[in-house]
Design a protein around this ligand. Structure first.
Ligand SMILES: [Zn+2]
Length: 518
């Protein structure tokens, strides 16, 4: 039944874009020949030739195809380009690094942008190597309302707002809620891909406000993407409670709620949180989730979560040795000194320790959650705490970010496909490509043409060697780009050719909601 549906859907796709059947004599712009073509929607996993015309896939065939340009993909996997639903690095530089990790579409859905129109205008004017898009940034609407400021689609504007406790800690008045809601509506009118709700950064927000924002999204047929309230294994105010709130919003409003980075919020409570989410799904609620394959997050050492009462216990029993600054684990003395004297110091916090098999199993539970997808939560690149100009290439040796910004997808394929053999190839590709497209496609029709190697689909394609694909980035060398991806094609344009990034092309296009998509 499932396969039949898939075939019907695949047929619909070709009909939808009105393509005539391929003629034998046709010449394609690019032909990818003899690769192992994987298409999770139709279940295809076999050797095929793929013909590209313009920005679309025009043929997927067992017969030889003639191309102006031919890429020999023998022995390699031909996959739909990877779709990252959680990409904070929206710069040209971040996009190029992600392209070398197989990503052809990078969406900022967790935080989002506001004003949404300004974001799309700016990125279209500058150009992007890979496809881009953003949800509406609810937190920015809240900051703008509490501070009486015009919102800016700028991360620095958001970070500066951390000096103001009101928007983080206070319940909005009815007048304030009206203003916040109006701004969110405007963002949806400007093409936002749903609403990004960083409620974990504003834990004092009223439950009624969270409900109201989800209700608004439901009325517009758009999803919400929530960084859950709280980060704790202790009750009250536990991660579990935050997750329950998201499930309750789906039940009480009918919204499609997407839980971001299930792995990091869950700490070591993954079993009970996985139980909550999967049972909600069994009741028919539209709750989806994602994870990244790392046991560590990154933030400032002075953050409130490392200062509040019983914080070590709340985070599941951490101590100074779980903190890493410039690739070195800290002693209690160093930790205390940095917190007192340099609270802005960037630190990597290992919430779980992957050298411990028990913690590794906890991570795998999130990464392999049934129906879940991989999303990076990657960010932009810094040197000495300052953003690197986005035209810079290659990435400087001392560039800093969390290694997930460069290696999430190669790492997932290396660990879970090749080494652990925990997923089949087709399931791995579902988690990185078709899965995210499928999560978004009801609300964002453009996504129906992504995450697929089918006639009529967007020509966003990645070719990789499953025997060598792997991340090179780690906590000491976060800027090392992934290996194993020989070709990355974005909208029919070769962005990576024989492993080399072409800096002369910027083929990325915007992804917007149905209001703004043509
Ligand atoms: Zn987050």
């Amino acid at each position: 039944m499932k396969n039949l549906n898939r075939l019907i859907m695949a047929g619909t796709l070709a009909a939808l874009v009105g393509l005539a059947p391929a003629k034998a004599a046709e010449t394609y712009d690019i032909v990818i020949s003899g690769g192992r073509v994987v298409d999770p929607e139709t279940g295809l996993d076999g050797v095929r030739n793929v013909g590209i015309k313009g920005d679309r896939i025009a043929a997927v065939s067992e017969k030889a195809l003639k191309g102006t340009r031919t890429i020999d993909a023998k022995g390699r996997v031909v996959s739909p380009g990877f779709i990252d639903m959680h990409a904070h690095g929206q710069s040209i530089l971040a996009g190029r690094v992600q392209a070398l990790d197989g990503v052809t579409t990078a969406l900022e859905l967790e935080a989002g942008m506001l004003p949404v129109g300004d974001y799309y205008k700016r990125l279209a004017a500058e150009g992007r190597p890979i496809n881009y898009g953003a949800s509406v940034n609810w937190a920015n609407a809240r900051i703008a309302t509490f501070a009486n400021l015009e919102p800016k689609d700028d991360l620095a504007w958001f970070e500066e707002a951390f000096a103001r406790p009101d928007w983080q800690q206070e319940v909005a008045t009815p007048e304030q809620l009206e203003k916040i809601t109006a701004m969110v509506k405007e963002g949806l009118d400007e093409g936002g891909l749903g609403v990004g709700i960083l409620i974990g950064y504003a834990p004092g927000t009223g439950h009624k406000e969270f409900f109201a924002i989800n209700k608004l999204a439901a009325e517009r047929g758009m999803p919400t993407f929530t960084h859950a309230r709280y980060l704790s294994m202790l009750e009250p105010k536990s991660s579990f409670e935050g997750m329950q709130e998201i499930v309750a919003a789906a039940a009480g409003t009918g919204a499609h709620t997407h839980i971001v980075h299930m792995n990091s919020i869950s700490l070591r409570d993954t079993d009970i949180i996985a139980d909550l989410i999967s049972n909600a799904q069994k009741q028919g609620l539209k709750v989806t989730t994602e994870a990244y394959p790392y046991g560590a997050g990154a933030t400032g050492i002075g953050a409130a979560m490392f200062r509040e009462d019983r914080w070590r216990e709340r985070l599941g029993g951490v101590d100074a040795s779980n903190f890493d600054v410039n690739g070195k684990r800290l002693t209690e003395e160093e930790f205390a000194r940095l917190q007192a004297e340099a609270p802005a110091t960037g630190t990597v916090i290992h919430f779980i320790e992957l050298s411990d098999p028990k913690d590794m199993a906890i991570l795998s539970k999130s990464v392999l959650f049934p129906g879940g997808v991989i999303a990076s939560d990657g960010g932009d690149w810094l040197v000495d705490g300052k953003p690197i100009p986005q035209e810079t290439w290659p990435l400087p040796e001392n560039a800093w970010s969390h290694p997930r910004s460069a290696g999430t997808y190669a790492r997932f394929l290396r660990m879970y496909l090749r080494e652990q053999k925990a997923v089949s190839l087709i399931e791995a590709i579902r988690r990185v490509s078709y899965g995210p497209a499928h999560i978004l496609e009801d609300a964002v029709p453009q996504m129906k043409l992504k995450g697929r190697i089918q006639k009529g689909a967007d020509a966003d394609i990645v070719i990789f060697d499953p025997e060598t694909v792997g991340e090179q980035s780690d906590f000491d060398h976060p800027g090392r780009t992934s290996t194993g991806f020989s070709h990355v094609i974005v909208n029919g344009t070769l962005l990576v050719n024989d492993g080399e990034l072409d800096t002369s092309v910027l083929p990325g296009k915007p992804v917007r909601n149905a209001v703004k998509a043509k």
